[in-house]
Design a protein around this ligand. Structure first.
Ligand SMILES: Nc1ncnc2c1ncn2[C@@H]1O[C@H](COP(=O)(O)OP(=O)(O)O)[C@@H](O)[C@H]1O
Ligand SMILES: [Mg+2]
Length: 318
């Protein structure tokens, strides 16, 4: 495997919620994104995906554990290390309407990450802005326009151009197509693929629709109530899911193509409150395949298959 651009080690985040109580948003996450590849985090709403991406983006700090980018702990960075990190790691969020400043021209929005670096000439910045506008399929003359003059899909292209301009190694994509018209989702997803090929950038993708995930991801980490329950090569996890949660999740919502309507994943039974997580395996109250006592009593330890799949389930590999 190629060298990881991102390594997440024992990452946990709890939030104090008053009365001396804490909610465990994510616990002991371990995963890696190899250079030039895509890892997807999937799971129902509330399982901790956004909390995880926030810690990777330094918008929040871990309670325990580390986030390493190019081998450096991002939460210990200062000075030039921090500037390098800011150039290396970028993000594209769900809502291109909320994420672009309405008063800035496209040129200035796209140029911002370079302006912040402070050491590029105006000529160099214009050259790089044109280069990324080409890459995302926008015309140079559109750089003079304001965000409101564009459609949702074009705005997302502007956000992508801005994420690309600093030549990042990792882009965090948090639900990057969910807010877009179904008809243009495939275009944007193809664009992500093409850009990865062209620039060798890695993606950490959060997507609640599995079609997007299946299309883009090399690896998938399935999360349930703040923990990873299954993790491995996307082909294997999609074709032969091992964890009962993964199986239920995939059978509950599997549009076969990104242009099909978006189905938010829905399973039988309520998601337990993270304030009072079930004992043993957190999935056991909803699990159709549970074994009995052991599942309610002991938390399953992660096991690895010889094909590189991690599974945390008392049933083991089937
Ligand atoms: N700032 C916060 N304060 C308290 N609880 C939080 C906070 N942020 C997230 N949580 C809780 O952490 C859990 C995971 O949330 P989140 O990461 O947003 O999940 P996802 O993005 O997968 O929907 C949820 O139970 C959520 O309520
Ligand atoms: Mg979220």
């Amino acid at each position: 495997m190629t060298k990881p651009i991102l390594q997440v080690r024992g990452l946990s985040r709890s939030f104090p919620i008053g009365g001396g109580r804490d909610v465990q948003a994510v616990q002991d996450l371990n995963f890696e994104v190899p250079a030039g590849q895509t890892l997807a985090l999937v799971g129902e709403s509330g399982c901790g995906k956004t909390t995880t991406t926030k810690m990777i983006l330094r918008l929040d700090s871990p309670t325990h554990g580390q986030v390493l980018v190019d081998g450096q702990d991002v939460h210990g960075l200062r000075g030039s290390g921090l500037r390098d990190y800011r150039a290396k790691v970028q993000a594209v969020f769900q809502d291109p309407f909320a994420s672009l400043s309405p008063r800035m021209r496209v040129r200035d929005i796209v140029a911002e990450p370079l302006e912040v670096q402070g050491h590029h000439s105006r000529k160099e910045i214009d050259r790089r802005v044109h280069e990324v506008l080409d890459a995302v399929g926008l015309r140079h003359d559109q750089a003079r326009n304001y965000p409101h003059e564009f459609s949702g899909g074009q705005r997302q292209r502007i956000a992508i151009a801005s994420a690309l301009v600093s030549r990042p190694e990792l882009i965090v994509l948090d639900e990057p197509v969910s807010a877009l018209d179904v008809s243009i989702r495939s275009q944007i997803m193809n664009l992500f693929k093409d850009l990865q090929e062209e620039f060798g950038v890695s993606y950490l993708l959060v997507a609640h629709d599995l079609a997007t995930t299946r299309y883009l991801a090399d690896q998938v980490a399935v999360m349930y109530l703040g923990r990873i329950v299954e993790y491995g090569p996307s082909e294997q996890v999609f074709n032969d899911p091992q964890h009962p949660y993964t199986k239920a999740l995939f059978s509950a919502a599997l549009p076969s193509h990104p242009s099909e309507p978006d189905t938010e994943i829905m399973l039988e039974g309520e998601i337990p409150s993270p304030l009072a997580p079930p004992s043993g395996c957190a999935f056991h109250p909803r699990c159709q395949l549970r074994l009995g006592e052991v599942c309610a009593r002991d938390r399953p330890r992660p096991e690895w298959s010889d094909t590189g799949v991690m599974l945390a389930c008392h049933r083991g590999f089937g």
